[in-house]
Design a protein around this ligand. Structure first.
Ligand code: ATP
Ligand code: MG
Length: 313
């Protein structure tokens, strides 16, 4: 096993009475694209802020390449780039001057800084807009410049906090391609999102978060396999449920049946075959189906399965 570049142990963060992160532990290996997936308020930004040394945890600790993020901030900062969810740019400065500003924060200057600015502007496709004021940029261009700012000092690890919010599909694809290219160059990337399709497309492993906790953490395949062959929700007349349950449970492609909010939740080994068996059973038992919903095994249905709610309510 390669040693982790990021290691998080029992992290807790409170804002006053509110517990934003409730005992989170995981580690990330060099070269991974790691996704933190969760709805609003799950604690994603809080975790990235702790890893970026901007917030100090109340309990637990985290290390980046062996350095404690709370106690060795000077060692940690050059290793990481943080692209915040809220744009952090000076609207009345040009793209170039914004990058000069961020480069100086890292003690850069002179020819080296110029060369880096030229490189990162090219990387995010903004070379021809270098001299323009940020206030004249579109939302997608500002997002890309925000990413360039996080890359100026050539970090080994990049934190991207919902980098595609408010951008058009074209800029979104641009961002995906940058992320993939950076990763191919060896950069470790932590990517937060509440878009499942982004996590599915980009990430090697994904942690599914809700209310400050990690509910599941695995490769995409591992997470999706949790659902086996998919889940069927069926609503039946209450009086017929009791009599039907034993035969339902013994159908060849049904793994488990539980009652949930007036419906039956049927975990299957193959949802299509199980559906045919279910319909046949209802037919021979003369039971009518009041409602029917099928969840194919994907990240969306895994989230619903784990939390009982949809990711984007
Ligand atoms: N500065 C703050 N003061 C008080 N509470 C905060 C603060 N920042 C975050 N919280 C609370 O902490 C919890 C986690 O917030 P956090 O921003 O980490 O979530 P998130 O997963 O990034 O959400 P989003 O998808 O909306 O960005 C939320 O309940 C939020 O209200
Ligand atoms: Mg956030």
């Amino acid at each position: 096993m390669p040693s982790p570049v990021i290691s998080i142990n029992g992290l807790v963060k409170k804002y006053g009475e509110r517990v934003a992160v409730q005992g989170v532990s995981f580690s990330i290996t060099e070269g991974e694209i790691f996704g933190l997936l969760g709805p609003n308020g799950a604690g994603k930004t809080t975790i990235l802020s702790i890893l970026s040394t901007l917030l100090v945890p109340d309990e637990g600790n985290a290390t980046i390449i062996g350095h404690d993020v709370a106690r060795e901030t000077k060692r940690v900062k050059p290793l990481i780039g943080f692209v915040p969810q809220e744009l952090a740019l000076y609207q009345t400065l040009s793209a170039w001057d914004n990058l000069v500003f961020f480069g100086r924060i890292y003690g850069m200057g002179g020819a080296i800084l110029k060369e880096r600015i030229t490189t990162v502007l090219a990387l995010v496709g903004l070379s021809d807009r270098a001299g323009d004021l940020v206030q004249t940029f579109s939302g997608g261009m500002k997002r890309r410049l925000n990413i360039a700012a996080g890359l100026i000092h050539q970090p080994r690890i990049l934190f991207l906090d919902e980098p595609t919010v408010g951008v058009d599909p074209q800029s979104r694809n641009f961002i995906f391609e940058h992320v993939e290219r950076l990763n191919e160059g060896g950069m470790t990337i932590v990517y937060t999102t509440h878009y499942m399709e982004e996590a599915e497309r980009l990430c090697d492993r994904v942690a599914i978060m809700d209310q400050g906790r990690i509910l599941a953490l695995d490769t995409m395949k591992g997470l999706v396999d949790m659902l086996g062959g998919g889940v069927i929700y069926v609503g039946l007349v209450q009086a017929s449920v009791e009599t039907l349950l034993p035969s339902l449970r013994s159908l060849p492609h049904v793994r488990m049946v539980v009652e949930e909010e007036g419906r039956l939740k049927i975990e299957t080994s193959d949802s299509h075959l199980a559906l045919l068996e279910l319909i046949e059973l209802c037919k021979v038992s003369n039971v009518s189906i009041l409602s029917l919903e099928m969840l194919q095994p994907n990240l969306e249905s895994v989230f619903l399965h784990l939390t009982g709610k949809r990711l984007r309510d």
